[in-house]
Design a binder for this molecule. Sequence first.
Ligand code: GLN
Length: 452
Amino acid sequence: AHLDRIEQVEPKVRAFLHVDREVTLEQARAVDERIRQGEKLGPLAGVPIAHKDIFATRDMPTTAASKILEGWRPPYDATVTARLRKAGLVILGKTNLDEFAMGSSTENSAYHATHNPWDLTRVPGGSSGGSSAAVAAYQAPLSTGTDTGGSIRQPAAVTGIVGMKPTYGGSSRYGLIAFASSLDTPGPFARNVMDAALLHAAFSGHDPMDSTSIDAAVPDVVEAASNADIAGMRIGVVKEFGGEGYQQGVLNRFHDAVELLESLGAKVVELSCPSFTTALPAYYLIAPSECSSNLARFDAMRYGLRVGDDGTRSAEEVMALTRAAGFGPEVKRRIMLGTYALSSGYYDAYYGQAQKVRTLISRDFEAAFHQVDVLISPTTPTTAFPIGERADDPMAMYLADLCTIPSNLSGNAAMSVPIGLADEDNLPVGLQIMAPVLGDDRCYRVGAAVEK
Ligand code: GLN
């Protein structure tokens, strides 16, 4: 049924980069067989899922939406895809994204843009916009994404679904094509909080293949999602996120959500986290710096594209031609920014300074979590913007991440849940729920309360 639905709406939504009916049905038959053999599979056995095309899948291409990896088939599975296969989920296909997850609209894909199912002239958010659109358009009940600066929460918010960024290190980066290694975090998309929790639980947990994986028990997010009792919980509204630059309809829904939480017995207070206003510039130094280092591996020798290798050119010339042809404009912009910020003489002024800001942000979170159990804010300042509106204006595009980035810099858990439609445009609005490191269960509990 989901494959049929994909066929039906895909010409309009364009959420996928790769769908292969036969491979999917083959997987489904194999799961059937395992169940017949009496294998005990988890609660999601047989449930179809779409994966962001940044997770390695051994039976489907993996491109990160870049021309430099066009047609590349990995010889192995990412830990996330491997664990979900083991749990009996069936892969519907690979979803579109901004090239190497760099962007907030999925317009930076080297292949095509994805359209927001709520209004096809608008973006589905990014970078995991194919995954959010696929779930919102009922092409898939579940999908995976990655959140480096907001790429799960922001697309979830603007397509009216649930998206969760687990605690950094709580979900494995092994087999995930790297963008910014100290920030990249795999997480779930679903149409409700419980579905997201089941998916979260199915792929998270310690992985010896990822050196930054946390070796601690994952909080019971499924139990939390079924326990919507928030009476007595202390909830902090981040003072810095609101006001100027925010769409009125977004603020209206946010205020409604605050009232709802209070009526459910939570104690809501306003809190100041002054360093959060410096998160965006710090992120746009740290993420490009790590990207410039990570993307050095695309050297025309090891993976994918190779341009100009006709026997007359040096390896360096082939490398330069390949990278010039294979990377899109946003990726090149970030490699240049990052290389500059890391170069000797500038390192201390830019990268070093940004790392100090990162510490201040973690301290603000720590101080806040001494006073409250979770922090809340709108997930994004505006609803989904029109395709093309910010495509040539990187600074305007970067503003979409204003509220989401602090949690990436400090590594704590954060979720976006739908809280209705904005008055001006009838488009979905998301509530961001931020919890301490390894406090993922609190996001699910508050999310479930809001949903009810
Ligand atoms: N929009 C942010 C960026 O372009 C975040 C991307 C992400 O989380 N992958 O870097």
